[in-house]
Write a protein that binds this ligand. Structure first.
Ligand code: GLU
Length: 283
C-alpha cells in the first residue's frame, strides 16, 4: 500500500470525524449549533422531556406532544426550520447542562427553570412560562396539609431539578427525599405506596394527575412553593438568545401562546399564570 495514500486517507477520515463532531455528532448532518455562521443547517436538534404529559411527551406511536414541544416547534420555525427538520432528543433534568455544553442539542425546552446556578454553565432565552413548585399526594391521604407535614414523609423528586434542591435546603429538610431519574418513576411510586408525595412544578403534576389511568387517584397540594421561570436553554454565549427571544415575543403577541396553553393545560385544568414578559425573571 502506498504510505502517502494511507496518510492522506487517514487525514481525510480525521477531518470527517472532526466535522461530524463539530456538527453535533449527528452522522455528519449539519445542525444549527454546529454550522458555521451564515451557512444553512439541515436539521435542528431540540432537547425536551419525553415523559411529562402536557409538557413534553413521546407518545407510544412516536409523536411528540406538550406545551414545550409546541413552543420549541414555533421557535424552530422562526429560526427557519420546519417540523420535519426537528430532531427531538430526551433531556432529563440532570442532563440538561451537559447536553448543551457538549453541543448535543441546539436548544432545550424541557420545563427548564432559569436560575443562577445553571446560568454559570448555560444561557437562557425567555422566560416563556411561570410555574410554581407544588406537591402531589394520593387523593385519600389527608396527612399532608401544609409543606412542613412533608418532614419524615417519603418524598420523591428528580435528580438535578430545582424541586429536589428546594426540599433539601428550604421546604422540608427532614423529609426522606428519594431522587429518581424522571417524574414518571416518582408517580409510579406514589401510586403503589412506596412514595408519600411527589414534588415538582404544578404544571407537571397537573399533567400527570389528569391522565385517564390516574383519574381520582391523586390530588395537588395547591402550595406555591417557588417561582419556576421556564427558559429555553442554549449554549453559553450563543447568538441564538436574541433570535429565540424575538420568536417568543412574537408567539405571545400573535396569540399563539394562549392557544398552546389552552391546548396543553386546558385538559388538565391547570390554572396557569399569564404570559411572562420575555427577559423578566420573577423571583
Ligand atoms: N422546573 C424545575 C427544574 O428545572 C423542575 C422540573 C424539571 O426537573 O424539569 O428543575
Amino acid at each position: 500500500m502506498n504510505p502517502r495514500k494511507t496518510t492522506a486517507a487517514a487525514a481525510a477520515a480525521l477531518l470527517l470525524s472532526l466535522t461530524a463532531a463539530a456538527c453535533g455528532s449527528d452522522g455528519g448532518k449539519d445542525t444549527a449549533a454546529g454550522t458555521a455562521a451564515g451557512s444553512r443547517a439541515d436539521t435542528i436538534t431540540i432537547g425536551i422531556k419525553f415523559d411529562q404529559p402536557g409538557i413534553g411527551l413521546k407518545t407510544p406511536d412516536g409523536d411528540y406532544t406538550g406545551f414545550d414541544v409546541d413552543v420549541a416547534t414555533y421557535v424552530a420555525k422562526q429560526l427557519g426550520f420546519e417540523p420535519e427538520d426537528i430532531e427531538w432528543k430526551e433531556a432529563k433534568s440532570a442532563d440538561r447542562e451537559t447536553l448543551l455544553e457538549r453541543g448535543d442539542v441546539d436548544f432545550i425546552a424541557a420545563s427548564y427553570s432559569i436560575n443562577d446556578e445553571r446560568e454559570k454553565k448555560v444561557d437562557f432565552a425567555g422566560p416563556y412560562l411561570l410555574a410554581h413548585q407544588d406537591i402531589l399526594v394520593r387523593a385519600d391521604d389527608d396527612s399532608i396539609k401544609k409543606p412542613e407535614d412533608l418532614n419524615n414523609k417519603k418524598l420523591c423528586s428528580v435528580t438535578g431539578s430545582t424541586s429536589a434542591q428546594n426540599v433539601k435546603t428550604k421546604l422540608a429538610p427532614k423529609a426522606q427525599l428519594q431522587e429518581y431519574g424522571g417524574y414518571s418513576e416518582c408517580i409510579t411510586g406514589l401510586e403503589n405506596g412506596v412514595i408519600d408525595a411527589v414534588t415538582t412544578d404544578d404544571s407537571i403534576l397537573a399533567g400527570y394527575a389528569s391522565q385517564e389511568e390516574f383519574k381520582g387517584k391523586f390530588r395537588l397540594g395547591g402550595f406555591k412553593l417557588s417561582n419556576e421561570n421556564y427558559g429555553i436553554g442554549i449554549q453559553s454565549g450563543s447568538e441564538l438568545k436574541g433570535k429565540i427571544n424575538k420568536a417568543l415575543e412574537k408567539m405571545v403577541a400573535d396569540g399563539t401562546w394562549d392557544k398552546y396553553v389552552e391546548k396543553n393545560f386546558g385538559p388538565a385544568g391547570y390554572k396557569n399564570e399569564p404570559a411572562p414578559k420575555i427577559g423578566v425573571v420573577v423571583t
